[in-house]
Design a protein around this ligand. Sequence first.
Ligand SMILES: [Zn+2]
Length: 463
Amino acid sequence: MQRTDRRLTAATCLVALGLVVGPAAAAAPPPGPAAGTSSAGSFEAPRDNLSPAAERAMLDEIGRNVARLRRAGLPAPQRRAAAVTYDFPLRLAPGLPGEAGHYVSALADHDPAAGKVLDYHGGSRTYDSHRGIDIALWPFPWNKLDAGAVQVLAAAAGTIVAKADTNAADRHCGNAGDGGDWNYVALEHADGRMTIYGHLRHLSLTAKAIGQTVARGEVLGTAGSSGNSSGPHLHFEVRTKSFAQEWIDPFAGPHSQAESLWTAQGPYIDPAINLLAVHEGPPSSPDPCLPSVTRFKDRFATPANVYLYAYYRDFQGALPTEVRVHRPDGTLFRSWTYSDDTAFVRASSHAWVAQLAAGEPPGAWRVEATYNGQSHQATFTVEGAPVAPTATAAPTATAAPTATATQVATAAPTATAIQVATAAPTASVPPIAPASPTAPIAPTASATLIAHQLLLPQLRRGR
Ligand SMILES: [Zn+2]
């Protein structure tokens, strides 16, 4: 059960960020989206490693709690109760942009032999001796952790039979060992099975006490990286009885049980876009254990390079991504289709640059990306530089024309700048010089910009 996990490397994390590489729009009159793509590569998913002693201590604690609750009147589960099925135990906090903030990073290991792995489906989407389901935060996992952006939900109604929130060190990174106790909640359900939710963020746990009941879908806390965890994720585990050693894989499959414990078991591979986002330049992650510098932006003054990122889970390159960029009046600015030969990557991103020439109309632009049958949207605003300003908007009006005039000269090197960013992705200082003059600080933040900033409350805070 012991293992040494490789520390997240800077290179890994940068791959995870999917920095822009490849052919930018060199042949680009008229300006349009560069057909640039990120190199995919695999993101090193977080792992955990609960030692046998820690696991025993947790189960003993749960056992004592259950015995005490029984004496206090908690009814014992009915032996023949119908199996309780589970809803997915994570969600992006309401109000945040994006479709999802997570992906299944590891399943349970059904091969008892040391050094060998086998997931329920017959694949290797697990690691040795792993007894639960790991669901990792993506994209920008540390930003999400700090913002409490991913909520852990009760998979079904149940009674809290254990909870612990003793470890303030909830940002454990790198080797999965030596993380101390994890913060967790355990629920007993009507059929006697128990679900465990581990690695929670400190001080995020439900205020309800041991012995109280929770409803299906009730928030139990937010995902973190407390305990033996190499990065932000939830460890979700099912036990056959409240204080039994036996674990059970909720997934049905050829190497698991025949009947799924999920209310609606998802596909083994679930390709989707978690987030379609607009940036002023490539995001960076100077420290793989700290929040990324996301560079989200939703206001631009033309000419502008608008960086469009699709953050995927379970990416399969053969599935086309159809991207369309619409002007405020609904006319199509550009559309393109992206696919590549990537067989499968658990978490990746791809980026394109929409080059907006001076004179493109002001207003709300809309980006639409369709992947694997699902459509996603993002918007950005082109500021109305050419529009006659009102008297009160004088400061904006004076700034914008200047930027527009100077940007004509810098429009050509844009493609070069993208390549520079690719060559030196570790630079913590944004290397894209042209992006700055094109994008004066927006004097009026929009509602969507504020929403994005919810993901970034701790960019300046230490670990
Ligand atoms: Zn785990």
